[in-house]
Write a protein of this length. Structure first.
Length: 390
């Protein structure tokens, strides 16, 4: 049941962290094997107890050592076991790339977070039908302080996706689901999580950048950091994607299995800047280390990104600009959670220890893991910290 990836991955990690010494490498190898054994024991125990289809997790240790822990099945019916290379949908974790792109443009002097969103829609009368269109700022959209309702939960939206599985949704069409709706609250005077915010932000980013959002992220964030296992979920065929099992979101008319012969049951392209990516846990862990370690781009962006407010996402959780924070046994945990039909995920960086990690499952039933995904990630990181402390 153990996946012995520590040794080859360690060599790759040292390429990324050239200052690591040979002595550090030898210690890391020994520690990595112990961490791997204990993490696998925990994850396989949860799999046996709770029976979720499959799970894939990863940790990046402070010295750059990378460990992956695939558990269970990528496809139950086919009997195909989960591997560290399998991609899973990361859901709203995709908002971290949106925030990073926004900060990249802000640092370049091209985007003002304090500006009204409507300034980017001059002459587009349809935008006035978006709730709080005249008053909401870019920062309020990024922090979910806009008062915009969630288009995905509008009656009929998911049935429409299933009825037209090949439909490519334009951002304006997504926003049309909330046209003329009453805002949840005046812009800046409340907090409510809404994917709709990030659809508007995505449109603004494309106008400012002068190129498609996915191209901008690939060129400026993914390729420079060799995050090759992170790809857009912009069609019904996503390379390397595991089977997904829908449980919690069956109420929207979804089938149990998301894929048939590798083809998604509808077009996940609609998620776009509300999520919009498939990845591996190891690539997500690398991303968290870069992003929250302040190395994703040149310039000071963390103060802005981590300017948080209380969020109704669980005890002690706060939300910044595309980032969730909460207290953990290892200190502040910075990251993001994600859910998509058939999938759930959590990514995090434990800033005091320098450990990053991710947990991804091919079910959308959070209860199936035995604990929230972010708590499971904390358990894995705590094992790593315990072994690092010796």
């Amino acid at each position: 049941m153990s996946s012995r990836v520590a040794l080859p991955v360690l060599a790759f990690a040292l390429q990324l962290v050239p200052q690591a010494t040979a002595q550090q490498a030898a210690v890391s190898e020994d520690v990595a094997l112990r961490i791997e054994e204990r993490c696998n024991e925990l994850l396989w125990g949860l799999h046996e107890k709770h029976g979720f289809p499959g799970l894939s997790a990863a940790l990046v240790l402070p010295d750059g050592t990378e460990l992956a822990f695939p558990v269970g099945f990528a496809d139950l019916e086919a009997g195909r076991e989960m591997s560290a290379e399998d991609r899973l949908l990361s859901g709203s974790i995709g908002k971290t790339y949106v925030s990073a792109a926004a900060h990249h443009l802000m640092l370049a002097g091209k985007l003002d977070f304090a500006a009204k969103a409507i300034e980017h829609f001059e002459g587009e009368e349809w935008f006035l039908r978006v709730p709080n269109a005249r008053t909401v700022t870019v920062a309020q959209l990024l922090r979910h302080e806009s008062g915009l309702p969630r288009y995905v939960f509008e009656a009929g939206f998911f049935p429409a996706c299933i009825a037209e599985p090949d439909k490519v949704w334009k951002p304006e069409e997504l926003l049309s689901w909330v046209f003329d709706d009453a805002p949840l609250f005046p812009a800046g005077e409340g907090w409510a999580y809404s994917d709709t915010n990030y659809i508007v932000v995505g449109m603004i980013l494309e106008k400012v950048a002068g190129m498609p959002f996915y191209d901008y992220v690939r060129k400026n964030l993914l390729e420079p950091h060799r995050l090759a296992d992170t790809v857009p979920s912009d069609s019904r065929r996503i390379p390397g994607l595991t089977q997904g099992y829908c449980v919690a979101l069956r109420q929207f008319g979804m089938p149990e299995r998301m894929l048939t012969d590798g083809v998604f049951c509808y077009n996940p392209q609609f998620e776009w800047c509300g999520g919009g990516y498939a990845s591996t846990p190891l690539d997500l862990a690398r991303w968290a280390r870069l992003l929250y370690g302040g190395e994703a781009m040149e310039g000071d962006y963390l103060a802005s990104m981590l300017d948080t407010v209380p969020a109704r996402l669980g005890p002690g959780v706060e939300y910044g600009l595309g980032a969730m924070t909460r207290a953990s046994a290892l200190g502040r945990q910075i990251g993001h959670d994600g859910v998509m039909t058939g999938f759930l995920a959590s990514v995090g960086w434990f800033e005091a220890s320098g450990i990053s990690g991710a947990v991804m499952a091919n079910t959308d039933d959070a209860s199936a893991l035995g604990m929230p995904a972010d708590r499971l990630l904390e358990r894995l990181a705590a094992i790593a910290q315990d072994e690092l402390d010796g």
